[in-house]
Ligand binder design. Structure first.
Ligand code: AHR
Length: 501
């Protein structure tokens, strides 16, 4: 099977915002307690942060981390998580039927961010709370001093403002499961007031308004349009979420799911641009894809841990080789939409739907999905390029739906002054693809490396003790005149780096 790709240094998608490679840490399951924070662990630092986890987060190179939720934030009182730890209340977290000890809160999380080389992306509760509490949190975090909340922060031991730049106006308010769920109109009005007050305290902050929880929400598109009718002049981004799964073992269709993600993005872009046009506004609302991943191995009820306990083992999906392929594909889709998706957060970072897993008192390890993320984050920077591809297609079914003409290759490219990077997923489960990439517009030097992620067993997983799925350095690709030639194994994710003159 043969495929050709064409790209040119002058045919651009746009600048890649480094925040495309963000993460997410929610007060959920063992993400925080036993995840990033475990004071009795042998690798814990003076604040109780697991340094083995911090090292892995640094390897993922996540420029931002969303916090504290997720569904959790929609009933969270941020005041519970600040001040002397011994005086903090223990609460029932209704979102995840768990106990929240509040040992870790806003200030500790800010310290963790510094240690993990990531910037905070803070969500406010617009479910059960309102604009004023959001405004007060901005004052607590960002105002230098001399006011009630900023002085409270200083009294709590954090003299300097945290200067949090990026804020989420609630979480998944469109969903009936959300505490404080609202109609688009109700939410749009509340988000507008919150935005006014929050930017009133700190005009330099950027705001993300809630879009749809997934594309098949009945309210999708109408929700985005209504919410933006209320807020377009005050917000900068609209948030969207999606998770995919393969419960019935339909791998060929599953691996095409990043094309669905692409359609979702295009639909949101069309909707936000429609509102701008209608309002005669030249504002371009960008997208924050602040929850995306594979999620189907474990449901919230699929757990051995009793309800209303702390650090429950919730949503600890163990990812397979094929999940890593789809995650690689989703990163390709994000890169191909880099002109409009400026922020994205893999959901989540540690233990909960996560690239990093930990054992209490034990090790920290890389799940299969760790690798495509780490490579895309490290090398998928600079400027995204448009790719034209001519490759075989296939037909399949997924959950009873016919899928036709799926391109076997899903690919993206980015480049900096002296390097071109190609990310290519071969979705063909049986056949290698003989690839020929026309790079005649580039001044090529040499192939730096070809990294391949694949395994004969698509259900293979990594554990604390054995890393079955990890990338290998491949040989055999070559530059022939101005073309790159390589043979891509079936069901493989590939990254090719080429140095430029
Ligand atoms: O990431 C897990 C959950 O998925 C989040 O709390 C919620 O926002 C989404 O539904």
């Amino acid at each position: 099977m043969k495929a050709t790709l064409f790209l040119h240094p002058k045919v651009l998608i746009g600048a890649v915002d480094k925040r495309l490679y963000g993460g997410f840490i929610e007060h959920l399951g063992r993400a925080i307690y036993e995840g990033i924070y475990e004071p009795n662990h042998e690798s814990a630092d003076e604040q109780g942060f697991r340094q083995d986890v911090i090292e892995l987060v640094k390897e993922l190179d996540m420029p931002i981390t969303r916090y504290p939720g997720g569904n959790f934030v929609s009933n969270y009182k941020w005041e519970d998580g600040v001040g002397p730890v011994a005086e903090r209340p223990v609460r029932l977290d209704i979102a995840w039927k768990a106990l929240e000890p509040n040992t870790l809160g806003t200030n500790e999380f800010m310290d963790w961010c510094k240690k993990a080389n990531t910037e905070p992306m803070m969500a406010v509760n617009l479910g059960t709370r309102g604009a004023v509490e959001a405004q007060e949190l901005v004052e607590y975090c960002n105002h230098p001093g001399g006011t009630f909340y900023s002085d409270l922060r200083r009294q709590h031991g954090w003299e300097n403002p945290h200067d949090i730049k990026l804020w989420c106006l609630g979480n998944e308010v469109d969903g009936s499961w959300q505490m404080g769920h609202k109609t688009a109109d109700e939410y749009g009005k509340l988000a507008r007031e919150a935005a006014k007050l929050m930017k009133g305290i700190d005009p330099s902050i950027e705001l993300i308004v809630c879009g749809s929880s997934f594309s098949s929400m009945p309210s999708f598109a109408e929700w985005e349009a209504t919410v933006l009718e209320h807020t377009i002049d005050l917000v900068d981004y609209i948030s969207i979420h999606t998770y995919y799964g393969n419960p019935e073992d339909e791998t060929a269709g599953y691996l095409a799911k990043n094309d669905d993600m692409d359609r979702f993005i295009k639909g949101v872009v069309a909707t936000v641009d429609y509102v701008a046009a209608k309002k005669k506004s030249d504002k371009k609302i960008m997208l924050s894809f602040d929850e995306w991943n594979v999620w189907f191995h474990k449901s919230p009820t699929d757990t051995n841990s009793p309800e209303w306990t702390a650090a429950r083992d919730l949503l600890e999906d163990v990812y397979t080789m094929e999940d890593a392929l789809l995650v690689g594909g989703m990163l390709i889709t994000l890169l191909n939409n880099a002109d409009r998706v400026k922020v994205a957060c893999v959901a989540q970072t540690v233990n909960v739907l996560a690239p990093i897993m930990t054992r209490k008192g034990g090790g920290a390890w890389r799940q299969t999905i760790f690798y495509p993320f780490a490579y895309a984050s490290k090398y998928g920077r600079g400027t995204a390029l448009k790719l034209t591809s001519d490759c075989p297609t296939y037909d399949t079914t997924f959950k009873g739906k016919e899928l036709k003409n799926i391109p076997t290759l899903s690919s993206a490219a980015s480049f900096t002054e002296n390097e071109l990077v190609l990310f290519i997923l071969n979705r063909d489960l049986k056949n290698a693809i003989e690839l020929d990439v026309d790079l005649s517009g580039f001044k090529l030097k040499k192939i730096i490396e070809w990294v391949e992620l694949r395994h004969d067993n698509l259900k293979a997983v990594n554990t604390e003790y054995e890393e079955l799925i990890k990338p290998v350095q491949k040989l055999g690709a070559c530059l022939k005149n101005s073309n790159l030639i390589a043979s891509l194994e079936p069901a493989s994710w590939n990254m090719l780096r080429i140095s430029l003159v």
